[in-house]
Ligand binder design. Structure first.
Ligand code: ADP
Length: 817
């Protein structure tokens, strides 16, 4: 694109130069051509005119010379002598004075001999018109016998008689005649005549017949230009076309007046001399004219014209034009070359600058601005650009250095951040691990403590039926209750840490709420202990299936119930549920102490407790966890309370969509492919053998005791590696499997048991601290017990798994009941 622009600049400049050059050149050339042609016409015209002037002068001088000749002849002594003889005798011929006549003839002859063919003849006429003497141009006497004819009627005779001496009459031109016929070829002649006087008296007339041809020859000699000589009557004396001569005399009708327009005739006869260019009659001709009027003479008034064809002039003009045009073209060509060179000299540095700018734009700073070498604006521009580039380079360099420094700083900060993040993540991981380990580590001994405390009061059969002393009972109960409190606290902390880490996952499926309600109400009744409270169910028989994690729903409800019972002394705790517009809202309504307005904000805060009544247990974590669990389901947990009147805690859960209902497989289908333990194979009277796998010794001992006290045969092991072998060897009725075993994973043991034909039918209860019920069930476990569990829970689950009635073993009363 850039080169395209440059090209345009280049073209524009050339165009500008040439255009600027072309206009004046053309104007000058045109003006030159015009001026040259005008000047040329002027010049040629005046040249022709000056030739004409000299020709006219020659003619006039010749005519005057003849006059002088005649005067000389009239004054010559022989003539004077002859004239006086004429005056004395009156008849010269009759006189015997032949000598006088001969002397006269000799004079004429001598005279005519000198004037070459100028005269046709010279005569002397007496006053009567009688020719006395006549000599022809060769000096021969004419008409000697009859003394010539009478010429009294001739103009040259009549005019001459009236003249004074030394005055000469010159006739109009005529054609020479002989015996009444024109000489052929025609000879134009003039008659010069003058009186011969003796003592002031005229005695005769001297007449010379002058041939015009020698005079006219002088005009046409050496001239290539057509020349016209026109007599005053319009007859041509000279004409390039001989047929047009002597029109008036010969009566041919061809005269100057007839041939030319009146305008030309008037112009040419009106002025002494001049030039007529491009007239109507001769449009292609330049005509120079002059009048021939010898001084002192009356009779002669001729017009001499030279015709110069304008073509020749135009030829000249064309030649000039051609020269001018060639010069113009040459100038133009030179101009174009100069323009191209000049443009290149302008554009080239610009082009170089552009290239430099372009490469700077592309990030290449290692370019130098070329020296244009000029002191002109472009040179200045290049210098300025160079300075700017150097400045930019410096700035860019320092900028780069700063950017690099900043980048290095950023990188090191990033590294530190990454390290800090890594440490934080590690710390978080360590915290989670610690919490989970701690909870495991704490719950196991706690379970043992609770189990034994409870068993010592409620299961004397575990101790050879030795009853514990009454004095110890309340303390054992205290141990059990505090143990439960601690386990609840640990579970809450574990849940919170998982929520915080975003690691708490919901195992959602379709949930029948009324089923959960029944369990919760039963547990709540157990929580009442001796409180005079009424537990009231208030929900419709049929509620829609919800999409939720049943364990978590139960957890939220138990928490709300536990709080309601805790903070209500008398009255009731109601479980209300209703379906509204895609949601089921579940409320736990109590008639307890309520929550003061001032405390509303802190209710859902972690560790937030309204009263610090030490008698009322609590961690301040339950509502926080419950709200978060509700929100994870897409719902929320809110409350409404009037201090002293009671509280209403409500949480919402989504109704399962048809797609969710279709996608949720029933539990039995989940276990499809696995052989379900056939309860009909068991006899209630049988003694059941149980393989108990638990690595933690005190827990294993407690469980073994509890199971044995219930009549089961228990084989226990801490070693996971022995499990398969023992199962195959014993083929127990049930396996209780802890999955967190050293060296071997309980999950893989479960898979192996379920994969083996011989063992796959044996029900396995998975017993673990982690909440992996789904996994356990999918791998084919018969039941799932989450640690910690009381001996009663374990026994109940065992009975359920074996499908044996409560008859087997002692049934425990719940520690909560
Ligand atoms: P905890 O009950 O373990 O202290 P919770 O987060 O469950 O922790 O409850 C936080 C606090 O909210 C309680 O300590 C109590 O002050 C108040 N509270 C919760 N439920 C009720 C209720 N039903 N009636 C009155 N106060 C309640």
């Amino acid at each position: 694109m850039f080169s395209f622009l440059t090209q345009r600049l280049y073209n524009k400049l050339i165009f500008a130069f040439v255009f600027v050059l072309l206009i004046p050149t053309s104007v000058i050339s045109l003006y030159n051509v015009q001026t040259t042609s005008d000047t040329l016409i002027q010049k040629i015209g005046s040249e022709e005119l000056s030739v004409l002037v000299s020709q006219a002068n020659t003619v006039e001088r010749r005519l005057l010379d003849i006059k002088e000749d005649l005067i000389f002849l009239s004054q010559a002594p022989p003539t004077r002598h002859y004239a006086s003889l004429m005056s004395q005798t009156g008849d010269v011929n009759a006189d015997v004075n032949a000598a006088t006549r001969d002397a006269q003839i000799a004079l004429f002859k001598t005279f005519l001999d000198r004037s070459t063919n100028q005269y046709k003849d010279i005569r002397i006429i007496d006053l009567g018109g009688q020719e006395l003497l006549s000599v022809d141009g060769l000096g021969q006497q004419l008409n000697a016998e009859k003394n010539g004819e009478n010429q009294a009627g001739q103009a040259y005779f009549n005019q001459a008689i009236g003249l004074a001496s030394n005055q000469v009459y010159i006739s109009d031109f005529n054609l020479s005649q002989n015996n009444g016929h024109y000489d052929i070829p025609y000879v134009p002649v003039l008659y010069y005549s003058m009186p011969l006087q003796v003592d002031s008296a005229i005695v005769g007339i001297l007449v010379a017949k002058v041939i015009l041809n020698p005079i006219l020859k002088d005009i046409t000699l050496h001239s290539t230009t057509p020349i016209f000589l026109v007599n005053s009557d319009g007859s041509y004396l000279l004409n390039p076309d001989p047929g047009k001569l002597y029109g008036k005399i010969l009566n041919t009708g061809v005269t100057f007046d007839n041939e030319r327009s009146s305008k030309d005739v008037i112009t040419m006869f009106g002025k002494d001399q001049g030039i007529v260019s491009a007239s109507t009659d001769y449009p292609d001709t330049l005509q120079a004219y002059i009048q021939v009027k010898p001084e002192t003479q009356i009779g002669i008034r001729w017009l001499l014209i030279r015709n110069i064809p304008i073509n020749t002039i135009l030829g000249e003009v064309n030649k000039t034009q051609l020269v001018a045009l060639s010069l113009s073209l040459l100038a133009l060509l030179g101009g174009v070359i100069v323009a191209v060179l000049l443009t290149r000299s302008i554009v080239r540095p610009v082009l170089k600058l552009s290239a430099v700018a372009d490469s700077v734009r592309q990030g290449n700073w290692n370019v130098t601005v070329p020296h244009t070498g000029g002191k002109d604006e472009i040179g200045h521009l290049a210098d300025a650009f160079d300075a700017m580039l150097r400045e930019l380079k410096t700035v860019y360099g320092s900028l780069e250095a700063r950017v690099m420094a900043r980048t290095a700083e950023l990188e090191s900060t990033n590294l530190k951040l990454t390290e800090a993040q890594r440490i934080a993540e590690e710390a978080s991981r360590a915290k989670s691990l610690f919490l989970s380990n701690m909870s495991h580590e704490l719950r196991t001994p706690l379970n043992v403590i609770i189990g034994y405390a409870h068993s010592m009061i409620a299961m004397p059969q575990m101790f050879n039926h030795v009853q514990v002393q009454d004095v110890h009972r309340p303390y054992l109960k205290l141990i059990e209750d505090n143990g439960h409190y601690l386990i609840g606290l640990i579970n809450d902390i574990l849940d919170l840490s998982k929520l915080e880490a975003g690691k708490l996952e919901l195992l959602c499926t379709t949930v029948e709420l009324t089923e959960i309600f029944r369990g919760v109400l039963s547990t709540a009744t157990g929580l009442l202990k001796d409180k005079p409270l009424q537990i009231r169910p208030d929900y419709p028989e049929y509620l829609p299936l919800i999409w939720a994690d049943a364990i978590r729903v139960r957890q939220i409800m138990l928490n709300l119930f536990s709080n309601a019972i805790k903070f209500t002394a008398t009255g009731s705790v109601t479980l209300h549920a209703e379906a509204t517009d895609g949601w089921v809202s579940i409320s736990v309504i109590d008639t307890g102490i309520g929550i003061p307005d001032s405390a509303r904000a802190m209710i859902f805060q972690r560790f937030g407790q309204v009263s610090l009544n030490k008698e009322i247990e609590g961690t301040g974590l339950g509502l926080d966890i419950s709200k978060q669990l509700s929100q994870m389901h897409g719902g929320d947990l809110t409350f409404d309370s009037v201090e002293g009147k009671g509280s209403r805690f409500t949480f919402t859960l989504p109704i399962a969509t048809p797609e969710q209902i279709n996608s949720a497989l029933p539990q039995k289908q989940t276990n499809a492919g696995l052989i379900i333990f056939d309860k009909s194979a068991l006899d209630p009277d049988d003694i059941y053998s149980i393989l108990l796998v638990e690595d933690e010794v005190s827990m294993r001992e407690l469980m073994r005791r509890a199971l044995e006290a219930s009549g089961y045969i228990v084989v226990d092991t801490h070693d996971g590696a022995q499990v398969l072998e023992l199962t195959l060897g014993l083929l127990p009725n049930l396996v209780i499997l802890d999955v967190n075993l050293p060296h071997v994973s309980g999950w893989s043991l479960l898979q192996q048991l379920k994969a083996n034909e011989l063992t796959q039918a044996i029900p396995v209860i998975v017993y673990t601290a982690s909440a992996d019920r789904q996994q356990a069930m999918q791998l084919g476990a018969a039941a799932f017990i989450r640690k910690p569990a009381s001996p009663e829970d374990i026994l109940r689950t065992v009975r359920d798994a074996l499908h044996v009635p409560d008859a087997i073993g002692d049934s425990f009363t719940s520690p909560l009941s």
